[in-house]
Structures are given as structure tokens and as C-alpha cells.
Design a protein around this ligand. Structure first.
Ligand SMILES: *Cc1c(COP(=O)(O)O)cnc(C)c1O
Length: 486
């Protein structure tokens, strides 16, 4: 399947073979020794592979084929919305006027770009039901932190200094408690009921004078809609806290329900999830933050606003928490999201939600005979199964995830929500065909049968990939990112 030889390009180096041609240098060579601190200059020549241009091209192309991306196969990663990224977004982001705009250009010469950002803000205000939006934050977690800093600034402006706690449900995405901690708050957990929803009794017990905010996502990370959301918001507001909406995944409510109408004060969105910015691999994201009127004064500056017919960057914001990102945020991702919103239109966005929810429920019901379903209710855009039945046979969800790789699927999320044993969280998205959903379900059913009849084949998976099971912690914590000659 894979051409191993191509991956060994570094080893197949031939002395003297060169893959580039450069003109003679016609400027004075820098005296690096005088510019760099002592000890920074290498003493020996770097050992670089010596190969032709064609060989290096094949090397990188072979490596790229080892990757799994949305454009190569189904990617049902729960709480991540790996939907198709329409290629028209790329065309528009590459327009000269967008791609070559310089962040230090004078406002008067970037009216088109500012106009697009302003219009995007207006669309996001409409979609979320908030009063103002900033596009500065570069990702979901960054948006969470920004939103919490706004809440902190709001309480401090009211002289309310004792609000040090952020309440987070036990089903929350891991970034929620992490962002709260980095924003200087202590987190406390509110329990879920056995129905997978916020336990109101427990919420009443944990809110108080020290509550800065409750962070929630609705539908929650189990894919279930918090039906008591108005009462939840009321409980927190009564105690003087703010309610934060983690809107990383809006696929279940787009054009159907709005955080602003559910009682939320702050929301962040992941334009690189719901609004089709490409993501994964640490590429640029965009995590706009929307707020209700009483939090507007604290928004990061500058704010993009409109004076008459002119778009301006407004720095005159004395209560602002300051900048959270240089220039205008990740402009290219904002252009892609804008293109997506404009090309879908309100009816298109409504259809997104309807198909995303239909697809998830279809898969959930087909799989429910073969895996445990911890919550009986209909789901929203994603659902959670439990691999408890398979665990009794000695097959863990990690094994199931690895086995899926043999069939060319990216595995679902298996490391959270933490309140479901051996969870498997699947988010199909609206962009997949019924045939793709069925093929995936058929393979999941086959794996459930293998767990009963031939567990080793699952326990020892993957069998077809270039590498088998990796030490994932080491790979993340101590990645080896450069060539080391053997
Ligand atoms: C993806 C996600 C985040 C974090 O977003 P990043 O852009 O990866 O920082 C936060 N909350 C939820 C629910 C998510 O799905």
C-alpha cells in the first residue's frame, strides 16, 4: 500500500546530487559569526539529504498520503465537526485583495476587508442572538479565555471582587476547565443527572456569591439538549453570575435556536468547525466571541465599527480588556466563514442543522443494537455510545478506534465525555451521504462481532497502517520534528 522506499529518502541520499539551482550570490555575505551569540554557530556542515527535485517531490507526496484528512475519508470525530470544507472558500480567500492585504495598511486602503469583517460580525450577531461580536480570538479555547476575561472585567468593574469560581458540568469539553484556570478562576463541577443533563439540584447547591460564571454547551457534550436551559440561566443570574455558551459546535442549533435567546451572556464560536474553516493539525482557527450589551465595553480593542459609510478600527474603548491577538485575528479563516455563510444563506444553514441531527440519530439507532446506548433520548448533532459490552470481552474502545483505521476511517472521539464509561462519541455532520454513514455503521457492527468471535484481531489493530500503536503521550509531549540520521 505504501512505498516504504520513498519514506526513506533521507537514507537514499547520494553525495553531490542537488535538487535546486540558484543564481550566483551577488550581495555581500553576512558575517554570521559577528551577528550570532557564541555557541549558536554550527561547527560542522549540516548533514542534509542530497536528492533530486523529483525524488523530494515523491517523498513529500508519499508522506502526505499517509495522512487522513476530510478530503480522503470519513472523519466522525465527536465534538469536533469535521465537515466538508467547500472549495469555493479557498477561491475567495485567495483573491488578491484578501490574500495580499497587509495588516499595517491604512484603514482607508482596506475598506473592503474591514467591510467583510464587519458584515461577518453582523451575521454572527444574528446567528447567536448576541449584541456584539469580536473576531479577534484565534481558536475555541482562546475564545473561552477571552470570554472569561470579559466576565472577570465585568465583575471587577462592578466592584464585585469575590467572584472567583467558574462552574463547569462533568460532561464538559476539557478546554472549559482549562480556560477557566488560565483566566485565574477556580473551577467547580456540577453533576449531570442519569439522563445526561445538568442536575438542577446540584447547580442550586454550588452557585453562590462566589460564582463568576457557569460554562455550558447546549446541546451538551453528550449530544443532548439541556431542556431546562432557561431555568439554569435564571439560577445563575439570580446568584449574580454570568452564563457562558461554548459554541464550538453550532451544528445542532444553527438557524433553529440562539444562545442569546436561551439566556446566555457570552458565547464563542469555532469558525473552523461549524463554519467550514479547515482545521486539524494545528492550522489557524477563528474563535469569535459574542456578548450581551452589558459586556460590550470590555471587548478586546479595536472593534470594527461603521461610521457613516466608512469602516473603522475603534480603539477608543477605555474599559477594554485590551488586545487578545495582533491585528484583526486570523483574517483568512474569517473570509472562509463569511463565504460559507453567504453561499448557504439562512435556509441553507437551517438545512445544515436538520441533516446533521438526522444523520446522528440515524447512526445512533442503527448502532444501538450492537453497542450500549447510555442515554435513550434522541440526540442532536452527535451521540455517545458506551463500549461496556465489548470491555467485558476484553476489547476496549481504544482497540475499536484502532481497528477502524484498518478500514480507512478516522476514529470517533473516545477520551471524553468523562462521565460515560468506555465512551465512543460520534459526530457524522450533515455533509456525509447515507451510503457513507451506512458503510461506517456496517464496519462498526463487524467490529462488534469480531469482539465476540475473534477479539485478538481488534486488540492487535491496526494491521494496515504504516505504523501500529504509538506512544501518543510521548508523541504529543516530546515530538521528534526533525530528521535524525540513523
Ligand atoms: C473544539 C472544541 C473546543 C476547543 O476549540 P479549539 O479551537 O480546538 O481551541 C471547545 N469546546 C468544544 C465543545 C469543542 O468541541
Amino acid at each position: 500500500m505504501h512505498n516504504q522506499d520513498q519514506a526513506l529518502i533521507f537514507e537514499s541520499s547520494t553525495p553531490g546530487r542537488i535538487g535546486y539551482s540558484l543564481p550566483e550570490m551577488d550581495v555581500q555575505e553576512l558575517d554570521l559569526a559577528s551577528l550570532l551569540p557564541e555557541g549558536y554557530l554550527r561547527e560542522e556542515e549540516a548533514e542534509l539529504p542530497e536528492v533530486s527535485e523529483l525524488d523530494i517531490m515523491r517523498h513529500y507526496t508519499a508522506l502526505s498520503k499517509r495522512n487522513h484528512g476530510l478530503d480522503s475519508g470519513f472523519y466522525p470525530l465527536g465534538s469536533c465537526t469535521m465537515k466538508y470544507n467547500p472549495k469555493i472558500n479557498e477561491n475567495v480567500a485567495r483573491y488578491n485583495g484578501f490574500a495580499h492585504v497587509h495588516p499595517l495598511q491604512d484603514e482607508s486602503s482596506v475598506q473592503g476587508a474591514l467591510g467583510l469583517l464587519y458584515d461577518l460580525q453582523e451575521h454572527l450577531i444574528e446567528i447567536t442572538g448576541m449584541d456584539e461580536v469580536t473576531l479577534q480570538s484565534a481558536a475555541g479555547a482562546h475564545g473561552e479565555w477571552t470570554g472569561l476575561m470579559l466576565i472577570r472585567a465585568y465583575h471587577e468593574a462592578n466592584g464585585d471582587m469575590k467572584r472567583t469560581k467558574v462552574i463547569v458540568p462533568d460532561s464538559a469539553h476539557g478546554t472549559n476547565p482549562a480556560s477557566a484556570t488560565i483566566a485565574g478562576f477556580d473551577t467547580i463541577t456540577v453533576k449531570s443527572t442519569d439522563q445526561g443533563l445538568v442536575d438542577l439540584e446540584d447547580l442550586r447547591r454550588v452557585v453562590g456569591e462566589d460564582t463568576a460564571a457557569l460554562m455550558l454547551t447546549n446541546p451538551n457534550t453528550l449530544g443532548l439538549f439541556e431542556e431546562e436551559i432557561l431555568e439554569i440561566a435564571e439560577i445563575v443570574h439570580q446568584a449574580g453570575g454570568k452564563v457562558y455558551y461554548d459554541g464550538a459546535n453550532l451544528n445542532a442549533v444553527l438557524s433553529k435556536a440562539r444562545p442569546g435567546d436561551m439566556g446566555f451572556d457570552v458565547v464563542h464560536l469555532n469558525l473552523h468547525k461549524t463554519f467550514t474553516g479547515p482545521h486539524g493539525g494545528g492550522g489557524p482557527g477563528s474563535g469569535p466571541v459574542g456578548v450581551k450589551a452589558d459586556l460590550i465595553p470590555f471587548l478586546p480593542k479595536p472593534i470594527i465599527s461603521k461610521r457613516g459609510e466608512e469602516f473603522v478600527l475603534d480603539y477608543d474603548r477605555p474599559q477594554s480588556i485590551g488586545r487578545v491577538k495582533p491585528f484583526y485575528g486570523n483574517f483568512g479563516i474569517n473570509v472562509r466563514a463569511y463565504t460559507y455563510i453567504r453561499s448557504m444563506g439562512p435556509d441553507g444553514l437551517k438545512a445544515v442543522t436538520e441533516y446533521a441531527v438526522l444523520n446522528a440519530n440515524y447512526m445512533m439507532r442503527r448502532l444501538a443494537e450492537h453497542y450500549d446506548l447510555p442515554f435513550e433520548k434522541h440526540c442532536k448533532h452527535e451521540f455517545v455510545l458506551s463500549g461496556k459490552r465489548q470491555k467485558k470481552l476484553g476489547v476496549r474502545t481504544l482497540d475499536i478506534a484502532k481497528r477502524l483505521l484498518d478500514f480507512g476511517y478516522h476514529p470517533p472521539t473516545i477520551y471524553f465525555p468523562l462521565n460515560v464509561e468506555e465512551c465512543i462519541m460520534i459526530e457524522p455532520t450533515e455533509t456525509e451521504s447515507k451510503e457513507t454513514l451506512d458503510s461506517f455503521v456496517d464496519i462498526m457492527i463487524q467490529i462488534a462481532k469480531e469482539a465476540e468471535e475473534n477479539p485478538e484481531v481488534v486488540q492487535e489493530a491496526p494491521h494496515t497502517t504504516v505504523v501500529g500503536r504509538l506512544d501518543e503521550t510521548m508523541a504529543a509531549r516530546k515530538p521528534i520534528l526533525k530528521f535524525q540520521k540513523k
